[in-house]
Design a protein around this ligand. Structure first.
Ligand SMILES: Nc1ncnc2c1ncn2[C@@H]1O[C@H](COP(=O)(O)OP(=O)(O)OP(=O)(O)O)[C@@H](O)[C@H]1O
Ligand SMILES: [Mg+2]
Length: 331
């Protein structure tokens, strides 16, 4: 194997300039949910995705897992470009490689917990009795053995989430895509689930891409990516401070030179406008803002331009209703 081959083989998930537009005939038109995303995850890595509501996290997970075809760009799973596969090939590749844990809707309503967990394995051709035995073992590991025969509607949100986690783990996937997997769990169960993830990550080399708002989950990950308005704007190490994302943040510049500034940095810089390059050398760029004739001082907008939410807080950087970045406007 050449060096490039080895390098390629090491990448479990790769996205290249992924865009996604939700088309709509409604008055407010199409929604651009992803705007040119790149990611390369090494096999065995655990990566967190953090970002405000509406920034595109769930859309990203669906596009990366091959559940939704991105409007543009390509996604490769285990070295195979999913956009080029036939429906059947894609199903097979997904079954062999990846499992999902969504925010909700992970379970089939008419199957009990054990059968929900066993089903992905049965779909792979494993004998029903064997699959159900393994499902029970996993449910026990997640402290859900006593509820194995209950239908999802009889279970609490946190219990349903644990069944969903067991269902995701039963096929022994190499990659787990999880959308706020501990969001519905109490702190104790959440810690137990995280301990299980840790064991799979450290002992079995399972890769994780996890959307999360939890400090503990982000700390479990090797690095975190900050998503804003459909783009990755920055990367953080495992010491991410989820309440203060501006600390220890590394901004990302992509292949075509695009850099998106997080709203707090844009604010400190002086807002949108023209900048000249004052100093440039490898690894260092200094910009100087042109005097932008805006006819007055810039302040944070009082109303969200996207959803018309009225800000009542002077320092809020993003819209609590739709997650858009708060722009600067003339005072
Ligand atoms: N099915 C859909 N049709 C149209 N627009 C959609 C659809 N799903 C999501 N969107 C829009 O796409 C954008 C990204 O949504 P997405 O669900 O990916 O955000 P998110 O980061 O997962 O948010 P949350 O933290 O609230 O789960 C939002 O503006 C949302 O309104
Ligand atoms: Mg979401």
């Amino acid at each position: 194997m050449s060096e490039t081959d080895t390098k390629q083989a090491d990448i479990i998930l790769e996205a290249d300039a992924v865009y996604h537009v939700y088309e709509s005939k409604a008055e407010d038109g199409n929604v651009v949910a992803l705007r040119g995303l790149n990611i390369a995850m090494r096999s065995g890595e655990a990566v967190a995705v953090v970002g405000p509501s509406g920034s595109g996290k769930s859309t990203l997970m669906k596009c990366l897992g091959g559940l939704m075809k991105p409007s543009a760009g390509s996604v490769s799973l285990d070295g195979r470009n999913m956009t080029r596969l036939t429906g059947q090939e894609l199903v097979k590749l997904r079954q062999q490689t990846v499992s999902f844990i969504f925010q909700e809707g992970n379970l089939l309503n008419d199957l009990n917990a054990r059968d929900n967990v066993a089903q992905p394995l049965i779909n792979q051709g494993v004998r029903s009795r064997v699959a159900k035995r393994k499902a029970l073992d996993l449910l026990e590991r997640l402290q859900m053995g006593h509820r194995a025969m209950a239908l999802p509607m009889m279970l609490s949100g946190g219990e349903q989430q644990r069944v969903a986690i067991a269902r995701a783990l039963i096929t022994e996937p190499r990659l787990i895509l999880a959308d706020e997997p501990t969001g519905a769990l109490d702190p104790v169960t959440s810690r137990e689930v995280l301990a299980l993830f840790k064991e799979l990550h450290e002992e079995d080399g399972v890769s994780f891409l996890i959307v999360t708002h939890s400090k503990e989950v982000a700390a479990f990950c090797d690095r975190s990516l900050e998503l804003r308005d459909g783009r990755f704007v920055a990367e953080h190490g495992s010491d991410l401070n989820i309440e203060r994302l501006e600390v220890g943040r590394e901004l990302l510049v992509d292949d075509i030179g695009t850099v998106t500034l997080p709203p707090d940095i844009l604010l400190r810089l002086g807002g949108s406008g023209g900048y000249t390059v004052a100093e440039l050398e490898p690894g260092r760029l200094t910009l100087i803002g042109e005097t932008i004739d805006v006819g007055g001082e810039l302040v944070l907008a009082g109303v969200c331009p996207a959803c018309k939410y009225v800000y009542d807080n002077d320092t809020e950087q993003e819209c609590p209703a739709c997650g858009s970045s708060r722009p600067m406007v003339e005072a």
